[in-house]
Design a protein. Structure first.
Lengths: 170, 415
């Protein structure tokens, strides 16, 4: 019984390997999911709100730095119905925010976030919390063209998508 | 899609309803936590309610788990676990009621025969999730031959959790809440997508364990790696792990030195080795922090100190308030406090009335650069009292330099 199980194990593994190697010929192609920056909707409880920013499917090495605009006057973040002076951005999963500005240009925000520990392949990277303007309909959007990302080798990450999908995986 | 949501909702309502009227085979737990923010602009800071109904029949246990947050009905999960002939079977299905979406389903069948383990995995991801729709199978076969442990995983559109892969985590983008499962469907259709063979358990001379992994995908050869664990350095306090991984265009050699430190009564030091700029050389040994714990008669005193902030952190109570390297915390998905360098904790645990238990936890954190006395940053107090075995009440508060940050009240019921 034991010997038969051994041969069965070896046979099945051999068959699996043969199927696997046959797959190298390329009969089936795996769909490639591009790197994605995911900006969640504004979540409001009472007069306070938050926005979660995450990434998914980052290339090997992972996301290590991200820049939303280059300077005040060239901001990547646009918000309405939110008090700019109340915005606090907290880095997640090792990210820290060394520079940020939400007040120089009303309704606009710029920031840089870096991770000195490791690159992130997927997961939450930033969480913005703020006070919403009474009676306002808060919005928080990101201009894809003004965002740059780099991996842990300081190489720019290209070909990425901006998404507002309600669910994602990691 | 709407039909599936409707059926799931009806099923969970029916299970809950039957449980409420006292159907014998049902077990129900209901946990509620309400957090108030007296100082903030929002009085109700957070709300969570989780209702879990278990129904056992003929060796199968069906479970309905409904999770509500302050913004609405977040997850509805249905699962079943039991035996079907020789197979141990598990099925899960997940819905996102707040958006009206069917999200994910998996079916797992596993059996052991003659020392071999056979597993069949199927999962489906809906198009409501970024990267979906996708579905696929995986087959796992494991056994021992001549003292070697062999594991073969054949992927037909799906990957399964193992030592190198965590499975799938489905995240609600807006809130960051998530649910995790073992089977990750990666492509639409069930064509061959990968084959992984791991051979381990070989012990030779000065090496405790040698493990080899070959992974090929439908795109061709992916990786061949050799991992050697516990290489004896000849020094009683130092061992090495070595991993050599060959990919199509790269070869990676990872050497991980480990200090072998004896346990010192109630003090757990966390030593790390500082790599030098030159490859394969060491700069020195760093004491990243220590964890001092002493328990006596239901009272536990604990001091967790970070001596190298930036490289080491204290995880949140949900992750054990452990001292971890920042890299390990990120890698493991553990929430941590970035700014606190010391935790003083008092935990009192004992027997309450009628078979219940009580617990009081007081955690005080100290912060770098804080202006308060001794650099005080924040204090969390949480008290839990069990009234009998079926009811538990919780009261918690969080104080920082700004005053009362949150006040939470909660209860748990089991019947």
């Amino acid at each position: 019984m034991k010997r038969r199980a051994r041969w069965a194990t070896l046979g099945a593994i051999g068959l699996g390997l043969a199927v696997g190697l046959a797959g190298c010929i390329g009969f089936w192609q795996t769909a490639v999911q591009p790197p994605t920056l995911i900006v969640g909707p504004v979540m409001v409880t009472g007069t306070e709100g938050y926005v979660v920013v995450s990434v998914a499917d980052m290339p090997d090495g992972g996301l290590a730095s991200i820049q939303f605009g280059s300077s005040p006057g060239n901001e990547a973040i646009t918000f309405t119905g939110i008090e700019g002076a109340s915005i606090v951005c907290e880095g997640k999963n090792g990210f820290v925010v060394p520079a940020e500005d939400y007040t120089t240009t009303p309704g606009k925000g710029v920031l840089i976030a870096v991770n000195g520990t490791t690159g992130i392949l997927g997961g939450e990277i930033l969480r913005f919390t703020f006070t919403v303007t009474p009676g306002g309909n808060p919005t928080f959007t990101v201009d894809e063209a003004k965002v740059t990302m780099a991996d842990d080798s300081n190489e720019f990450i290209t070909g990425w998508d901006l998404s507002d999908a309600e669910y994602h995986t990691r | 899609m709407t039909r599936r949501i409707f059926i799931a909702t009806m099923l969970s309502v029916a299970l809950t309803g039957l449980a409420l009227v006292g159907g014998a085979p049902f077990d129900v737990t209901w946990d509620v936590l309400l957090s108030l923010d007296p100082d903030g602009g929002t009085f109700v800071d957070a709300f969570q309610s989780i209702v879990e109904v278990d129904y056992t029949l003929s060796g199968f246990t069906g479970t309905s788990r409904s999770e509500f947050q302050e913004f609405g009905f977040l997850w509805q999960e249905l699962s079943a676990v039991g035996k079907l002939g020789a197979f141990d079977v598990r099925a899960d299905i997940l819905f996102g009621p707040s958006t009206g979406d069917y999200l994910y389903a998996q079916l797992i069948g596993e059996m052991a025969i003659g020392g071999a383990e056979i597993g069949v995995y199927y999962a489906q991801l809906s198009d409501a999730i970024l990267g979906g729709a996708a579905d696929g199978f995986a087959f796992r076969l494991a056994g021992s031959v001549g003292g070697l442990d062999i594991v073969s995983i054949t992927e037909l559109g799906a990957r399964i959790a193992d030592d190198d892969f965590d499975g799938i985590e489905i995240v609600h983008t807006a809130s960051g809440f998530s649910r995790s499962y073992a089977t990750d469907p990666v492509v639409p259709g069930q064509g061959f997508t990968g084959q992984k063979v791991t051979v381990g358990g070989l012990s030779v001379g000065c090496v405790d364990d040698v493990e080899t992994t070959l992974y090929v995908t439908c795109a061709g050869f992916d990786e061949l790696s050799f991992a050697l664990s516990g290489i004896d350095s000849g020094l009683s306090w130092l061992a090495y792990d070595l991993e050599v991984a060959f990919a199509v265009q790269t070869k990676t050699v990872t050497v991980t030195p480990r200090l072998l430190v004896a346990e010192v009564l109630c003090l757990t030091p966390m030593f790390g080795i500082m790599p030098a700029s030159a490859t394969f050389s060491l700069d020195g040994i760093v004491l990243g922090g220590f964890d001092l714990t002493y328990s006596w008669n239901g009272v536990t005193l604990r001091d967790v100190t970070v001596l190298d902030p930036g490289r080491y952190v204290i995880t949140t109570p949900a992750y054990g308030s452990a001292l971890e390297s920042l890299a390990d915390a990120i890698d493991g998905g553990h929430a941590y406090y970035a700014d606190y360098w010391e935790l003083l904790s008092l935990l009192i645990d004992g027997e309450a009335c009628c078979g219940g238990r009580y617990a009081l936890r007081i955690d005080t954190y100290f912060e770098q650069g804080a202006g308060g006395i001794f650099g005080w940053g924040m204090t969390e107090v949480e008290g839990t009292v069990g009234i009998g075995r079926a009811t538990e009440l919780t009261l918690a508060l969080q104080l920082d330099a700004g005053g009362l940050e949150t006040l939470s009240i909660g209860f748990g019921l089991t019947w």
